[in-house]
Write a protein of this length. Structure first.
Length: 384
């Protein structure tokens, strides 16, 4: 079952599913065993080897959705990120990172890479030429993240993948913000796709998981390290994640639609100074986003006009909860300068264009009119 024979929601629902041959149940049976009798000398089935029935089934679903040959599922997004990087970087190697990275990823790089003797550079911006400018003789990997957090900057995936190929480097993308519903980087030439499945794949703010998708050859390299690092996901959570992904297409399309409408509403609001959403024509990367994405996603950011306190606004919201995470069916909001980017100096934030009053809004599936009513009542309180 693949994209040639079936559409997105069919694949989300059925790709990879296990057949219940005993009871003919509607869903994949859950196999919790950590110990399996030897079938032959070759197959050693064990959860840390990523090869239990449920792990293999879900990996097939995720690989199919991302147009990859194979996938592995991890205990967190960061387990996936760190395993992907460490699988292709050795002592003395160099890696080029996009300047705007998920906080956990930049912590991994800045706090850990020195002790493994791995060199790294960050680009000055997200333009393809800025990635090429950082390539050195010992560069092995280029790593991008688009749309980026929190300003939803768009990196030209095809152009960067082309640069990686030209210089014989492995290209990696954190595709979490887009989800496989909105962006399929392997089709744009990227080697390895990374997901924090905690976000849109899980979608209900109750699962921590990660995934890597690539060719069989690259996944073999990753597996050799992954089984030693031990970051696999428990079968029960694998089974829950399979259930979540069945509705991913429906959820993410609803979130795209809500976010698009809210972005327009906020952009036209006299109390809002600026909105960052790749679906808006005013977004500097709108055309690029249109080319490489199938939908613009459920994430947006905005700044209130001068004189309106973003902290108070956030506190006065009732339906939209202040929360660290994102991509759930429930709408959430946070202040990047106080949370995800709170460890940066004010100068570093300024350089990245992150104002203190910026709010990052993860749009859920609630009714648009209820979300707008909540924003209106909170603005009224702030103006008072
Ligand atoms: C959340 C997130 C991660 C890390 O995932 P965890 O599941 O929290 O380990 C990585 N990249 C992006 C873009 C994220 O949003």
């Amino acid at each position: 079952m693949d994209h040639k024979s079936h559409g997105l929601n069919t694949l989300c629902t059925h790709a990879g599913e296990l057949e219940d041959s005993v009871y003919k149940g509607a869903v994949s049976p859950l196999y919790m065993s950590t110990s399996y009798a030897f079938e032959d000398v070759e197959v050693k089935r064990y959860p840390r080897y990523f090869n239990t029935p449920n792990q293999v089934a879900l990996a097939k679903k995720i690989a199919t959705l991302e147009y990859g040959e194979e996938a592995l599922i991890f205990g967190s997004g960061m387990a996936a990120v760190s395993t992907a990087l460490m699988a292709f970087l050795h002592k003395g190697d160099h890696v080029v990172f996009q300047n705007t990275l998920y906080g956990g990823t930049s912590n991994l790089v800045v706090e850990e890479f020195d002790k493994f003797g791995i060199e790294y550079s960050f680009t000055v911006d997200c333009k393809p030429a800025s990635f090429e400018a950082e390539i050195k003789e010992n560069t092995k990997v280029i790593y991008i993240e688009t749309p980026s957090n929190p300003l939803l900057t768009i990196t030209d995936v095809q152009a960067v993948a082309g640069i990686a190929k030209k210089h014989n480097l492995v290209s990696m993308i954190d595709n979490t913000f887009a989800s496989p519903v909105n962006q399929n980087p392997i089709k744009l030439g990227i080697d390895i796709v990374i997901h924090s499945a905690t976000k849109y794949m899980g979608g209900h703010s109750d699962i921590l998981a990660g995934a890597l998708i690539s060719s069989k050859e690259h996944m073999d390299t990753i597996f050799q390290l992954a089984k030693n690092f031990g970051g696999s996901l428990s079968d029960y959570t694998v089974w829950l994640l399979e259930r979540s992904i069945k509705t991913m297409g429906l959820r993410v399309k609803a979130q795209n639609k809500n976010a698009g409408k809210l972005a327009k509403y906020l952009e036209n609001h006299p109390d809002v100074a600026r909105v960052y959403y790749p679906g808006l024509e005013s977004h500097p990367d709108h055309e690029l986003a249109k080319e490489q994405m199938k939908g613009f996603g459920g994430m947006l950011s905005f700044e209130l006009r001068d004189g309106l306190d973003a902290d108070i606004f956030q506190k006065k919201l009732k339906l939209i909860k202040s929360s660290m995470s994102l991509a759930g069916v429930e709408s959430t909001i946070l202040s990047p300068s106080k949370t995800s980017h709170g460890l940066l100096t004010p100068e570093e934030r300024e350089k990245q264009g992150i104002k203190d009053g910026l709010l990052r809004f993860s749009v859920g599936i609630e009714e648009k009119k209820d979300l707008i009513a909540d924003i209106e009542q909170a603005l009224k309180e702030v103006r008072a």
